[in-house]
Design a protein around this ligand. Structure first.
Ligand code: PAF
Length: 287
């Protein structure tokens, strides 16, 4: 496994590999890797000859009061895990390498940003203004640096995946986007770097999010309750379990708009706070 920290060195190495006829798979991450990330790597390995994993905590996708400074940085452990997973290249650039403008203006390191309208308005986009613009900007920058044939993203960040698919389609970026299933702890809690902020007792409590999502899915599948009733009851259940609910929304699985009764492919998206930790999860269903 090679660790590379400059764009120039990355592109030189990848040009050589491409000349040997190798296809490139890409898994972008912010580090603090867990089993969920490693499953994305596995998916990429099945689809491409060599795999690049980027580790970059992207400042532009964090809001002013979010956890950019305290976001766990575990570079050594991450590299060990990726080495065991037989990743070919770890790309770990500095902030200045990615955003040369960061030196002069931390608040506006890039004058250009990529904005995907509509899909980014609701759900996490409503609670985290600017977040998805930060994500789409960094992901398009990383795509230009790596120029992968395929890129793998987790379905846990359902809205992010939908936005990236749309960006790639709208901007004709020549990469196949692959969505990989959510990996869960034995208790059902979706794996996430932010679970590292939780105590064991809080992790057990946080498993309630998945249970409520499953309950909601069952209600919709059996047509027992209306969409509104399911949402309201789910919020009540989560609140009673000690969460502060950011949103619990039943949406059209493709457009992410509020679900209509005529929709058949649905996604239930949830974001809750447990103390200061914001956790997201989702479940899809066809009715
Ligand atoms: O999902 C993430 O970890 C990040 O949003 C991503 C895609 C690596 C962009 O910084």
């Amino acid at each position: 496994m090679i660790i590379i920290d400059t764009i120039q060195a990355l592109q030189k190495t990848l040009a050589e590999k491409r000349q040997q006829g190798k296809s490139v798979g890409f898994v972008p991450t912010m580090g603090n890797l867990h089993q969920g990330h490693l499953s994305l790597v596995d998916t990429a390995k099945k689809q491409a000859d060599l795999v690049v994993v980027s580790i970059f905590v992207n400042p532009t996708q964090f809001g002013p009061n979010e956890d950019f400074d305290s976001y766990p940085r575990t570079f050594e452990e991450d590299c060990e895990k990726l080495d065991q997973q037989e990743v070919d290249i770890v790309f770990a650039p500095s902030i200045e390498e990615v955003y040369p403008g960061f030196k002069t203006d931390k608040t506006k390191p890039s004058l250009t940003s990529v904005h995907v309208a509509e899909l980014g308005k609701s759900h996490c986009g409503a609670s985290r203004p600017g977040h998805f613009d930060g994500v789409t900007t960094i992901v398009s920058k990383l795509f230009n640096m790596v120029r992968p044939d395929i890129a793998v993203f987790g379905q846990k960040d359902y809205q992010q995946l939908a936005i990236i698919r749309r960006m790639v389609q709208d901007l004709n970026i020549p990469v196949d986007i692959i969505g990989a299933p959510i990996l869960r702890e034995d208790n059902g809690l979706a794996m996430s770097s932010r679970n590292g902020y939780l105590s064991q007792a809080e992790k057990d409590q946080a498993a309630g999010i998945h249970r409520v999502l499953q309950w909601a899915k069952e209600q919709l599948e059996s047509h027992k309750l209306s969409f509104d009733d399911v949402e309201q009851s789910a919020v009540k259940q989560l609140t009673e379990q000690g969460f502060r609910v950011d949103y619990f929304n039943i949406a059209n699985a493709e457009t992410l708009q509020v679900a209509e009764t005529s929709d058949t492919n649905l996604v239930i998206l949830a974001a809750v706070f447990l103390g200061k930790v914001r956790l997201i999860d989702n479940i899809t269903l066809t009715i």
